[in-house]
Every structure is written in C-alpha cells, then in structure tokens.
Ligand binder design. Structure first.
Ligand SMILES: [Zn+2]
Length: 213
C-alpha cells in the first residue's frame, strides 16, 4: 500500500522526534519533512478535509484531513493558494491536495507531514507511511521488492518494524561520513542539509548516494 503523499523519489530531510533548537526550540519535531522533485502533494489516506488555512509564522499554507480512524493528517508549508480541496470534501490517495512550497516557518521547500491523534498529540507517522523513521532518500522499488531489510531492526527501536521491502533506502549518514554533506550534528549542518535538499533535484541526490555505495 502506498501511503506516501508525494509521487516518485523523495528525501526525508528531518525525521519524527528530532531535536533542533534553531528550528523547533525545546520541542521535538512533530512530523517528517519530505522534499521531492515532483512537488504535487496527495492525500496519504482516504478521509475528509477538515481545515484549509494559512499560518504565516508556523505551518504556512496547510491542510488537515481526518481519516475516520482516529488520525488527523497535517500537510504544511504548501504554496500559498495552491490548495485544491475544501473543508468537508471527501478525499482519497489519488486526490492532489496542493503543491509543496516554503510558506510559514521553513528553511526551504518541503512538505511537513504530521499525524495527530484525536486529542491533538503527534504520533510517529512513519509506520503509516511504510518507511523507517530516518533521514534518507527513498524511491519506489522498480526492480521488484526483494526481501525485507537485511540488517534486522538495527537500533532496537521497539514497536512494529516498518515495512521496507518496497523502498530502496540510501542513508544520508554516509554522505555526511564522506564529507559530501558537512559533518557534525549541529543545527548549522542541518540548515545546510535542508538547503541542499531544496536546491538539488532528487535525481542529483540519488546520483550522489550512488557514488558512495
Ligand atoms: Zn517539519
């Protein structure tokens, strides 16, 4: 099942639960940040649009969709005026919600995708997306899904293991390790990372990752 709100290859530029005082103060990152060459944003679920709004200092142009199963899906930082749906409208994963942009509190073009429960508490959205909660470049696996990930659950994160068989993953950590992206776990590095993700095409990112294999 494809619950990914973009089409084609994409980059997770910030995972759920990350900390970055520059961007989020004392809070943890409440969703995942996704950059992609194809900037169309689709609904990740079947459901109904709840809110279409603009928040200049936070989420920018954003849309929320309730899926009828206790989850509210939030799509933030869209291009202002790009939203193609209206509150109350029924949507499916084939419905385009709008266009990825850089409105609100951002450092570059990306989608902030977040799942809240009905009390408004953020949840890790990556099990729903079907990807690991990790930065990296992901692309639909055209060569036929092989086996599940070789190294079984590195990190012992507990909980359910996200299905990875449909995704080819290339870790950005290796780019950092090789100096392609400046090393060190500082907010400055993260800013450069985000800027690169916004400026490079996904194809260029994949090519970079390929070189390091
Ligand atoms: Zn975000």
């Amino acid at each position: 099942m494809n619950n990914i709100p973009v089409r084609g290859a994409f980059t997770v530029t910030a995972a759920y639960g990350e900390t970055n005082p520059t961007l989020w103060g004392a809070k943890k990152h409440a969703g995942v940040d996704i950059a992609a060459g194809d900037r169309r944003i689709f609904s990740a679920c079947t459901g109904r649009v709840r809110v279409v709004a603009f928040d200049a200092n936070g989420w920018g142009q954003y849309v929320t969709v309730g899926d009828g199963e206790g989850r509210i899906h939030l799509y933030a930082h869209l291009v202002r005026g790009s939203v193609l749906v209206s509150p109350g409208e029924a949507v499916t994963p084939d419905v385009q919600l709008g266009t990825m942009g850089a409105t609100g509190n951002v450092t570059g073009v990306h989608l902030h995708y977040q799942i809240n429960d009905m009390s408004g508490t953020p949840q890790d959205p990556t099990p729903f997306l079907g990807i690991p909660n990790a930065r990296g470049v992901y692309s639909p696996d055209e060569g036929g899904a092989d086996e599940s990930g070789g190294e079984s659950g590195a990190g012992a994160s507990g909980g359910t293991t996200a299905p990875q068989s449909h995704w080819a993953e290339r870790h950005y950590d290796s780019l950092v390790a090789r100096g392609v992206i400046d090393g060190g776990a500082t907010s400055e590095v993260w800013r450069r990372f985000d800027a690169s993700a916004a400026e490079l095409t996904v194809g260029q990112l994949l090519a970079l990752a390929d070189k390091l294999k």
